[in-house]
Design a protein around this ligand. Structure first.
Ligand code: ZN
Length: 134
């Protein structure tokens, strides 16, 4: 498994202490819980407690579990949250992903290089002015 690190854009606390990215989440009806995401971009399995229900299509607010910064405020599109990824070579990229439950959409942004992940990624390509080429 790759060894990318994931950081909060506000406090730069580590969001991946071990093999999962840990985030704090809040549903539209103000239920809160922790969600564990795969560090593999484009892999959308979510680990959470059974009592914490996510409804497809709902906007889930995502927070840093370390400093509680609202990660949805780091991108101009209100449905996108941002975290930072540092790869094995120490190269830092922005990881932007959808806060809509069930929407599989992630972008990795490094300078003007943009990579899309997830089957719904194309929803957001117009944000960047053009469909990424790679
Ligand atoms: Zn933080």
């Amino acid at each position: 498994m790759e060894k990318n690190d994931f950081l909060c854009p506000h406090c730069r606390g580590h969001l991946r202490p071990n093999n999962k990215i840990i985030l704090s989440a809040r549903t539209p009806d103000n239920k809160v819980g922790l969600i564990l995401l795969s560090p593999e971009l484009g892999e959308y399995s979510v680990v959470k407690h059974d009592s914490f229900k996510l409804t497809e299509g709902d906007h889930i607010d995502i927070f840093c579990p370390v400093c509680h910064a609202d990660l949805g405020t780091y991108h101009e599109n209100k449905n996108l949250a941002k975290i930072i990824m540092i790869d094995e070579k120490g190269i830092e990229s922005d990881i932007v992903f959808s806060e809509i439950a069930g929407q599989k959409s992630t972008c990795k942004i490094h300078g003007d290089q943009i990579e899309d992940f997830g089957e719904d990624a194309s929803i957001y390509t117009n944000l960047w002015g053009a469909t990424p080429k790679y």
